[in-house]
Design a binder for this molecule. Structure first.
Ligand SMILES: [Zn+2]
Length: 142
């Protein structure tokens, strides 16, 4: 059997409305939109608030702490830019903010719903970064 082919992770290709998010990731920040009218956070980036339909918004930088909502380990077909044991997870970061990322530094069988996680960033080369998540221990009293 031949060795599996490995390719570099693809860099994000931002759209105009998501450029602020990827510029944040490149500086190790997770930025989301906050509606200027109703104040709701939203993700993924989009031009209009899904709650009040306002088009004015500001950016807000999140702490990067969240909880696992759901997770899978893709098995077929394996994409050659991802390790065989990559876990794909939905992470809840704040009300209205759920994103897809990879869960690292944990075995699939040890992942639990609502597991506390934190963001970290990996280098994709050429100044590009990518957000990933790993387990975090809960702070006492928080
Ligand atoms: Zn709104």
């Amino acid at each position: 059997m031949s060795d599996p082919i490995s390719l570099p992770r693809p860099a994000p290709f931002p759209a105009r409305v998501s450029a602020f998010f990827w510029e944040g990731v490149d500086t190790d920040e997770l930025r989301v939109q906050r509606c200027s009218d109703c104040g709701e956070l939203r993700f993924p980036p989009r031009p209009m608030c899904p709650d009040c339909h306002a088009v004015a918004w500001n950016t807000e930088t999140l702490s990067g702490e969240g909880r696992v909502y759901s997770w899978i380990r893709p098995v077929h077909p394996r994409l050659p830019m991802f390790a065989e044991d990559t876990i794909v997870a939905l992470i809840d970061l704040a009300p209205g903010v759920r994103l897809v990322s990879n869960l690292c530094d944990v075995a699939l069988e040890d992942v639990e719903k609502d597991m506390p996680v934190e963001v970290f960033f990996i280098d994709l080369g050429e100044g590009r970064r990518l957000h990933q998540f790993r387990p975090r221990s809960e702070r006492s009293g928080g």
